[in-house]
Design a protein around this ligand. Structure first.
Ligand code: KIV
Length: 271
C-alpha cells in the first residue's frame, strides 16, 4: 500500500505478467526513506527491505541479530518513500522458523505496522507450514532458496550452494512446493546458473537471482554493494555501478578541511 492507502503500481500480479511477457524484474534492497524515494523514482520494480540491514546498516557480521522491531523501523521508513515499487520485507531470523502461529504474528505485525506489500522468508519444506499459514491470512510471500544467510551457522560458509546433485534436487522440489503453496516469487541466491535457469523454466512464479546468472526472471542486489558504499565485499556476481565510498570520503574530508581552515561557512552561508 502507498502512504495514501492505495495499492502501489507494481503488484504481485504484475510481476507474474512481467514473467509471462519476458520482461525482466529489477529489485534492490533499501532501508530508509530518502533512499527509497530515489530507488522508487529510478524505476526499480521491487524494493526489498532485506535483513542485510543487519550487515550494512547495523554493522553485524551476520543477519541473525536483527530483530522484528528493527525490521519494522526500516520498513516503515521505506514505505513512506515508495509510491510505485512493490515493497517486500524480510521476516528476520527467529520470527517464523518452527512455529507457524509465531510466524503469522510476525507477518501480521509487518503488514499492520509498516504498510508493506509482502514478506520474504528463507527456506523450503522446513518452513512450509509457516508459509502456508501466512498465505492463508492473505499475506503475499516471496520465497528464498539457495544460499540462505540466516542458516550461515549450518552451512559454515557463504560459498555457492546446490552444486551437488542431492542439494540441487532438494532446491527444485522446494521451489515447486513453495509455488504450489502460493508464493508469488522466489529469490535464488548464489546457485549455479544452469540450475537457476532450470528452476526458472519449470516455475510459473518469477525467479529473482543474486549470483544465479542471467537466465532468471529478475535480479536483486544489496544497494550498499552496487553503489560501492561497501568496499570490502567483492563476490564475482557483484557489479558496482558507482564508487560512493570514495565520493563520500572525499566530500567529508573536504568538509573537515573547510571547517578546520575556517573556510566554511562563508559570508553567504550565514544570516
Ligand atoms: O537481505 C537481503 O538483502 C536479501 C537479498 C540478498 C536477497 O535477502
Amino acid at each position: 500500500m502507498s502512504v495514501a492507502g492505495s495499492v502501489r503500481a507494481v503488484t504481485t500480479l504484475r510481476l507474474t505478467e512481467m514473467k509471462q511477457r519476458g520482461e525482466k524484474i529489477a529489485m534492490l534492497t533499501t532501508y530508509d526513506y530518502s533512499t527509497a524515494k530515489i530507488v522508487d523514482a529510478a524505476g526499480v520494480d521491487v524494493i526489498l527491505v532485506g535483513d542485510s540491514a543487519a550487515n550494512v546498516m547495523a554493522g553485524y557480521e551476520t543477519t541473525l541479530p536483527i530483530t522484528l522491531d528493527m525490521m519494522i523501523y526500516h520498513a516503515r521508513s521505506v514505505t513512506r518513500g515508495a509510491k510505485r515499487a512493490l515493497v517486500v520485507v524480510d521476516l528476520p531470523f527467529g520470527t517464523y522458523q518452527g512455529n507457524s502461529k509465531v510466524a503469522l504474528d510476525s507477518a501480521i505485525r509487518i503488514m499492520k505496522e509498516t504498510e508493506a506489500d509482502a514478506v520474504k522468508m528463507e527456506g523450503g519444506e522446513e518452513i512450509l507450514e509457516s508459509v502456508q499459514r501466512i498465505l492463508s491470512a492473505g499475506i503475499p510471500v516471496m520465497a528464498h532458496l539457495g544460499l540462505t544467510p540466516q542458516s550461515i551457522h549450518k552451512f559454515g560458509t557463504y560459498n555457492v550452494r546446490a552444486k551437488e546433485e542431492a542439494e540441487a534436487e532438494k532446491l527444485i522440489r522446494d521451489a515447486h512446493l513453495l509455488e504450489e503453496a502460493g508464493c508469488f516469487a522466489v529469490v535464488l541466491e548464489k546457485i549455479p546458473a544452469a540450475l537457476a535457469e532450470r528452476v526458472t523454466k519449470e516455475l510459473h512464479m518469477p525467479t529473482i537471482g543474486i549470483g544465479a546468472g542471467g537466465k532468471v526472471d529478475g535480479q536483486v542486489l544489496v544497494i550498499h554493494d552496487m553503489l560501492g558504499i561497501t568496499n570490502d565485499f567483492s563476490p564475482r556476481f557483484l557489479r558496482r555501478y558507482a564508487n560512493l565510498h570514495d565520493v563520500m570520503s572525499e566530500a567529508i574530508s573536504h568538509y573537515v578541511d573547510d571547517v578546520k581552515n575556517e573556510d566554511f561557512p562563508n559570508e553567504k552561508e550565514q544570516y
